[in-house]
Design a protein around this ligand. Sequence first.
Ligand SMILES: Cc1cc2nc3c(=O)[nH]c(=O)nc-3n(C[C@H](O)[C@H](O)[C@H](O)COP(=O)(O)O)c2cc1C
Length: 329
Amino acid sequence: MSHYPSARFSVAPMLDWTDRHCRYFHRLMSRHAQLYTEMVTTGAIIHGKGDYLAYNEEEHPLVLQLGGNDPEALAHCAVLAEQRGYDEINLNVGCPSDRVQNGLFGACLMAEPQKVAEGVAAMKAAVSIPVTVKTRIGIDEQDSYEFLCTLVDSVAEAGIDALIVHARKAWLQGLSPKENREIPTLDYDRVYQLKRDYAGLTIAVNGGIKTLEEAGAHLQHLDGVMLGREAYQNPYLLARVDAELFGDEREVPSRHQVIRNLLPYIERELTQGTYLGNITRHTLGIFQGMPGARAWRRHLSENAHKRGAGPEVVEAAMARVPEESVVYS
Ligand SMILES: Cc1cc2nc3c(=O)[nH]c(=O)nc-3n(C[C@H](O)[C@H](O)[C@H](O)COP(=O)(O)O)c2cc1C
């Protein structure tokens, strides 16, 4: 359907969750899923002290999600990202948090389609990797289809390579970011309508998708699906993505094998000063639904943060979970 195969399935950008350790772990289960960084602001990249663009080579295909509204700063950051080897840049036009609103970016940019278009155009002129936008279907009382189309017209004209739509609106006042991911109603039909009206535009849907079966159903209408919370909380669903959504039938590692494959990374990171818990926190859900899942979580939660904790903690936690005989069960 699309000339943009990796966008068929992606793991959503999630602040504090999809850091480089999380992405490395996710990549052990799917070669094809597109992975996103957390949102990184242009201010952090340009003025921050840390290296906000660090990632592991294994993470490709990898998208940097930028937060910002100044075309020059966005273009500058896009160039830095391209030089560092990122595969794609995504602009956040969907985050409703107060902090982001104070910076006048994220979801409130939906009301300023011209500003978004200028940012996209500046990035497109500066880099040759794809530039995409992630947005919502509306904000506050501005939730008509026409309102959404005004934004889509602007970014399409600016040359956007794909649009990811979180299929609910955001209330900019009165709801926390968490509530804004739960309370406004999901409206997938509106995203399907968008694809019918902008057939030439690559469009992916996000929001509330919990299974690959649901993902497959959306792919009947759209070019891509993006999963956030379910992919994070139940990460082993990623193990079926390559076969079911990309036709790649290569053998899939078992849950235990995924964790074993993570151990060399853990060892490498620990020698560089990373705390074990910063890596293992992303793995807590891998045995979800299996006997021993609780014991796994508990052992890690109680021990991974202790001084000197190393791979032996992970091995001990894994020993509490019976090895599966059938992968996927
Ligand atoms: C902890 C957390 C952090 C998030 N951070 C971001 C972010 O940095 N950028 C962004 O565009 N969306 C962010 N989101 C929203 C997700 O990308 C996604 O749009 C939302 O969770 C809906 O998808 P889901 O129902 O599959 O989780 C975040 C969501 C969560 C749960």
